[in-house]
Design a binder for this molecule. Structure first.
Ligand SMILES: Cc1cc2nc3c(=O)[nH]c(=O)nc-3n(C[C@H](O)[C@H](O)[C@H](O)COP(=O)(O)OP(=O)(O)OC[C@H]3O[C@@H](n4cnc5c(N)ncnc54)[C@H](O)[C@@H]3O)c2cc1C
Length: 481
């Protein structure tokens, strides 16, 4: 019997686990997929939004600024890729200026630090490649870019180190209650019992809620597509460049990434409920994103594209997060409708969940022996002297496996043996940054497969690209050698 079961290990479940792992109670995370951060958390704009967008009386408005501040501290503490680059929302005509003024006033009400309305000259000074059509902008220096999957992974790792149990491939398919009030969650491995449940199941949070509670909200999966541009485009923008929000969302952005690429997107396309995992890109969506982005940055070179991808938003009708105990199911706490700025708000959302547990008398006392912190060696970021020292310490640092991103064998071996180890090629990518460059894993993929087999004692035929079923090899040639 666990005190708390968290359903889902995206950034919201991971943030809850990290926060709760500071306290003395038993926590289990049940994640349907074979890795953490494998849902919406791995495919989004990767922006820590400053917090001027949501209305002040919403959960989003209340949690955004605090979430971003906590996220900055967590990224520093856990050595997560992060850069506070600031953001601009640009107006293309006088007609857009009232929207900027509204965002500015919301920003003031939400406590966004340093927010400022700037004229066209200042906007172009901040961002020289902006379109000449830009007549003004909203400048928010506190906005940041982050590595979203590392953010979630790092929090989950520290939680596991401090006693939280993570069960992967543990999709909850039914929930019942015992006469004593405990929850019984059905997963493929059997039944998991818990006194309380936190529902952080992302796009599936509505279905999971309905397993035990009266249906009260509906999630519309809403796809957003992106272009990712090569390092050769780096520098075309220095900040996150948004357009004025419209009925289709926050508008198409152009932004640097912490990996040195440029991200361009997203659009917003509602999908039928049964297509909540449809992350396919379409020609129409890609074209729309490209055309919109060129309005902001006309010199953008979309021929630098190295990858297209899509993520799925968990949109609810209210337009706000759904945070709270299900009225008819005491002990069941929903963290649903976590669309943007869910990534930005995650640590603050986790605090709300933690306070709820404290109010219910479930949260234990603070652990005395809590082990926070994490370091991540990125060979490429070291000075030549430091690199030499690393190679002297471990010769595997001298073997470059991913040549596009300069990732060494030692970093990959680390990824395969850390607290939540990678077991797939994309799992290594999310931890070590392999396959993120121009060749997109074409050259390093087979070598990573060999390392997975060697380190985890697996057959090449068992190795997955990413999700279960995505086998890399079909059969062995040359007599199985
Ligand atoms: C296109 C796009 C752009 C975005 N841009 C930004 C941005 O720039 N900044 C920002 O702040 N936010 C952004 N967001 C929002 C942000 O990505 C999300 O708020 C956040 O990732 C949601 O995290 P989550 O943990 O709720 O969901 P997820 O990451 O999807 O995690 C939910 C997990 O639950 C698991 N699960 C589902 N059902 C079950 C079950 N029955 N049993 C067990 N496990 C289950 C899933 O496998 C999944 O791993 C964007 C979203 C999209 C789609």
């Amino acid at each position: 019997m666990y005190d708390v079961a968290i359903i889902g290990c995206g950034v919201i479940g991971a943030a809850c686990a990290y926060e709760l792992s500071r306290y003395d109670q038993s926590v289990v995370i049940l994640e349907a997929k074979n890795d953490v951060a494998a849902g919406t958390t791995k495919a989004n704009s990767a922006i820590l939004h400053a917090g001027y967008d949501p209305a002040p009386d919403t959960w989003m408005g209340k949690l955004n600024v605090r979430g971003v501040r906590l996220a900055r501290d967590i990224c520093q503490r856990l050595d997560v890729g992060y850069e506070q680059c600031g953001s601009l929302v640009v107006a293309f005509s006088e007609a857009d200026l009232p929207t900027l003024e509204t965002l500015y006033q919301r920003g003031l009400a939400n406590g966004v630090p340093g927010i400022e309305l700037v004229d066209a000259a200042r906007a172009h000074e901040l961002e020289p490649e902006l379109s000449d059509a830009v007549v003004g902008a909203l400048w928010a220096p506190s906005a940041a870019i982050v590595n979203p999957w590392e953010f979630a992974l790092a929090m989950a790792e520290v939680a596991v180190r401090n006693g939280v149990e993570l069960r992967l491939r543990a999709q909850v398919t039914a929930v019942t209650r015992t006469s004593a009030g405990a929850f019984e969650l059905t997963v493929p491995q059997g039944i998991v019992s818990a006194r309380t449940v936190i529902n952080a199941a992302g796009v599936a949070a509505g279905q999971v809620h309905d397993f035990i509670a009266t249906p009260s909200f509906h999630i519309t999966p809403t796809r957003g597509q992106y272009h990712l541009l090569d390092h050769s485009s780096a520098g075309i923008v220095r900040h996150v460049v948004f357009q004025c929000p419209n009925e289709r969302g926050k508008g198409v952005l152009v932004a640097p990434t912490v990996h040195g690429n440029v991200i361009v997107g997203p659009d917003a396309e509602p999908l039928p409920d049964d297509q909540a995992d449809n992350t396919a890109c379409t020609a129409a969506g890609q074209d729309f994103v490209a055309q919109q982005a060129l309005l902001s940055i006309p010199k953008l070179n979309l021929r630098d594209n190295i990858r297209n991808f899509a993520g799925i938003r968990a949109n609810v009708d209210s337009g706000d997060f759904i945070i709270g105990e299900a009225p008819d199911v005491p002990g069941w706490f929903d963290l649903a409708g976590m669309k943007s700025p869910g990534l930005s708000c995650a640590p603050a959302v986790a605090e709300v969940a933690s306070d709820w547990l404290a109010n219910r008398g479930i949260r234990g006392v603070r652990k005395q022996n809590y082990q926070d912190g994490r370091t991540h060696i990125r060979f490429v970021e070291h000075t030549p002297d430091d690199r030499a020292a690393l190679v002297a310490q471990d010769p595997a640092y001298g073997r470059i496996i991913c040549r596009c991103e300069t990732v060494t064998e030692a970093e990959i071996i680390h990824a395969l043996h850390e607290e939540i180890p990678a077991t797939t090629i994309d799992g290594v990518k999310r931890r070590a940054g392999t396959g993120m460059g121009r060749c997109q894993g074409g050259f390093c993929g087979p070598r990573i497969l060999e390392l997975i087999c060697r380190e985890l004692d697996m057959s090449p035929l068992e190795v997955l690209q990413d999700e279960d079923g995505s086998y890399v090899l079909d059969s062995l040639a040359k007599g199985g050698e």
